[in-house]
Design a protein around this ligand. Structure first.
Ligand SMILES: Cc1cc2nc3c(=O)[nH]c(=O)nc-3n(C[C@H](O)[C@H](O)[C@H](O)COP(=O)(O)OP(=O)(O)OC[C@H]3O[C@@H](n4cnc5c(N)ncnc54)[C@H](O)[C@@H]3O)c2cc1C
Length: 332
């Protein structure tokens, strides 16, 4: 029986394993990762995702395709599998400087409706993911489809060949771990630090997600309501090359103030009931995510890491592309 090993149990590893199962129903599949859903280390990025789907791609190419595939998957999950924690919700986003035109499906926000500081804004139909439900759901889907999940840490990608000699391909979905993982040591990887807090939602649920940034690649403030009873995620920042996993309480005050200006339904910063603070490190990569195959002696490794700030919204598209390498390499 063909056997595939996926290392990494973040959103990318879990989704890759599920895509493998969909395309290879008879295969044996194991996911092996240092952190698993439920863990809260800063370098386990998936635990900290907002997470939303947002028109972030500017490449007119691969990223756009990954996002589009995932948008359609989220649409299906929101209607057929609401227990997954994926729900349809509008997103409204504002910029503090004019930006180049964005593509389709967007409704401009009237000038009088823009919050202080914003000069342009749009609204679109999107999806919110309650990550505290979505990651365990992915994990349970994997279990129920016969995928095993092992807790393992590897110092070197080649160690996987010894631990799992029967694997015919190893999928490397280790996110930031690929910077130090022996044999990979991808020095294009860097952390983009994000700080968030979870607050109790107001009595009247906020019906949309909000996002505001000075321009498209800048620190963004975001407000992501996690359903009627899941609280609201407030954030944040994207601090490049900042690996600090500690919470900056002064910055938390800045987030509170900014969020209350953007979404007045939150009322006053001092009235917010904070349930927890968090810091997560996005696995960013110069030049974008790496999805490609490589041989170590005779062993096939398929890399799928470096999703940066869009690992949820690109996950199903990235997984599809990574899995396609099995057939690609078989043809060579
Ligand atoms: C504050 C914040 C907000 C975000 N908001 C959004 C959003 O709204 N929408 C969106 O799409 N994305 C968002 N993201 C980005 C998203 O969270 C990441 O892109 C995504 O989680 C990356 O997933 P991953 O599986 O590649 O990495 P990770 O979740 O970091 O998982 C890596 C896995 O590899 C394992 N691993 C690493 N090294 C080794 C090793 N040597 N041996 C064994 N296992 C190893 C880890 O233990 C872990 O299981 C946000 C991120 C942050 C921090």
């Amino acid at each position: 029986m063909v056997f595939y090993l996926v290392i990494g149990a973040g959103v990318i590893g879990l989704t890759t394993a599920l895509e493998l199962r969909a395309q290879y129903p008879g295969a044996e599949i194991v996911i092996a990762g240092k952190y698993l859903p439920g863990d809260a280390a800063p370098d386990y990025a998936s635990n900290w995702g907002g997470a939303n789907w947002f028109p972030a791609s500017m490449d007119n190419g691969r990223q756009e395709k990954w996002d589009a595939i995932t948008y359609n998957k989220f649409k299906k999950l929101a209607s057929d599998r609401p227990e997954s924690g994926v729900h349809a919700m509008k997103i409204r986003f504002h910029y503090e400087r004019p930006i180049e035109e964005l593509v389709g499906g967007l409704t401009p926000v009237e000038e009088g409706d823009l919050p202080p500081g914003a000069v342009v804004g749009y609204e679109m139909a999107s999806f919110i993911l309650d990550v505290q439900r979505y990651l365990p759901w992915l994990q349970m889907e994997a279990y129920s489809l016969g995928i095993e999940i092992h807790r393992r840490g590897f110092n070197d990608i080649r160690d996987t060949f010894e631990s799992y000699p029967e694997a015919s391909a190893v999928f490397n979905c280790t996110g930031l771990g690929s910077l130090k993982l022996g044999g990979v040591e991808d020095d294009k990887m860097f952390a983009a630090r994000g700080q968030i807090m979870l607050v109790e939602g107001p009595k009247e649920p906020i019906p949309a997600m909000y996002f505001q940034a000075p321009h498209r690649d800048a620190d963004a403030t975001h407000i992501f309501p996690r359903g009627k009873n899941g609280g609201i995620i407030l954030g944040g920042c994207r601090q490049k090359n900042n690996w600090d996993g500690e919470i900056d309480l002064n910055f938390a005050e800045v987030i509170k103030k900014k969020c209350c200006t953007i979404a007045p339904q939150l009322a006053k910063p001092e009235g917010l009931k904070i349930l927890k603070h968090g810091v997560g490190l996005r696995p960013r990569r110069e030049g974008g995510a790496r999805i490609e195959s490589e041989y170590f002696d005779q062993k096939l490794v398929i890399h799928n890491y470096g999703a940066g700030g869009t690992g949820f919204q690109a996950s199903w598209g990235m997984a599809k592309e990574a899995v396609s390498f099995i057939r690609e390499t078989a043809r060579l």
